[in-house]
Write a protein that binds this ligand. Sequence first.
Ligand code: SAM
Ligand code: SF4
Length: 508
Amino acid sequence: MTLIPELTILQPDDKEHIDLPRTLEDELSVGKKRLYIESYGCQMNFADSEIVAAVMRNAGYATTSSADEADVIFLNTCAIRDNAEQKVRHRLKHLTGLKRQKPELLVGMLGCMAERLKTKLLEEEKVVDIVAGPDAYRDIPKLVEEAESGQKAVNVFLSREETYADISPIRLNSNGVTAFVSIMRGCDNMCSFCVVPFTRGRERSRDPFSIVREAQDLFDQGYREVTLLGQNVDSYKWELGVRSEELGVADRTGRPASANMDASATPNSSLLTTNTNTTTTFAHLLEMVAQIHPDLRVRFSTSHPKDITDDVLHTMARYDNICNYIHLPAQSGNSRVLKLMNRTYDRPWYIGKIDRIREILGEDCGISTDMISGFCTETEEEHQDSLSLMDYVHYDYAYMFAYSERPGTLAAKKYADDIPEDVKKRRLNEIIARQLAHSAERNQRHIGQVQRVLIEGPSKRSDDFLCGRNDQNKMVVFPKGDHQKGQYVNVLVTECTSATLRGEVVNA
Ligand code: SAM
Ligand code: SF4
């Protein structure tokens, strides 16, 4: 029997809930000072915390999963919406209590909220000792030393070059199967609602050799999926030059010359000989990472409708191990609102991109979006356009938000935040309800299909079941049998519940 009960689509509050801070792994810490990090917000922040942990380990710190045991506590913060900042401020209240019991404890604010508020944070939150923006992570040990000597320490300098390419992140709370790899930092897009260009600075791409090397290392350690991260991965661009040599990488695959490559991992030789001295685009990069090994799945996020190319779609079509899933945020379905948002595309352009995805990758390609309700001056009809765009696309999944004005953004300067909160909420609920229906339909398409699933570990509800994602990024749950984390299995989908597919392994 087919079940479609209580299919849950993430509501903004739920999303905040999943975004709840992650703690660090416990490491042996005899004689070492202990570091505890909480990360808030987007995947990029979680990836950044892994860089911070690596920097601090180099400075002699061990990590702990208990804030109570820590000598240094970092909150890696998000500033994207007001409620993200409120959550961090609430957390700081708790840390104030902790510091009262342990006055030598150091508290650092990292990331976007730190960058947005800079020294104001020190004035407003007395418990904070260290403020470090997203490009200042190499400087953190020095900032900690300064704070140990009793001074407040701040570095919110934004760089045009920093990509942390040479730092090997320490994987925190990892399942050992899937990992994030940052391919670029910052954003040049200036969407009018968004604070990211101000908190993360100018866009810059990371050396592709170092990216491939990191992905290869992950594969060698047993990881089977990498997600390439950037605010706008489609504008990834690298001119082949000296910096790759500085990084000590021997060939375009990112593998050191001495590495012992097996035949299946050997990249397509044409990729090594073509494009020398040319630009590496995102499509090239995807191909380079996909060629590491057919068993290494490749995902990426986020694509921008103005920049995603047919080249990227054709590259996805050519490689079975590049997942058939695209996160393509629309934000609104109305061309006037999109113009006010400075998204630089309109509704027909966005629909054209969806049509290309369907033509090149087929109906089964998973597509998700971000949607904002109640942006400045949005009318009821314009809101209806967002709903009708959703009807056109039938997204598999969506992140949905009520507009939250952010100080300093173009929208805050130019437009009145004039949609009452109750109207924003009602529109948001309509968007969520529509998405719920579409997700249910899209999930049902899989019933009766055999899906290739990468096992990530035991299911949340029972150790007798395992779970993992299919190509389209949907969680699939199935009886454990003899299967293990990190293996691929073929699962016949028989039911779908709560945004999860359920089924049975038909062959490994
Ligand atoms: N770079 C990605 C892109 O262009 O789609 C998104 C980055 S942003 C961290 C994630 C999402 O937060 C955005 O796509 C947008 O939907 C939402 N967002 C950003 N600023 C917002 C605001 N001021 N109010 C509500 N939602 C916002
Ligand atoms: Fe923000 Fe737009 Fe950049 Fe995304 S593309 S991070 S929404 S400015």
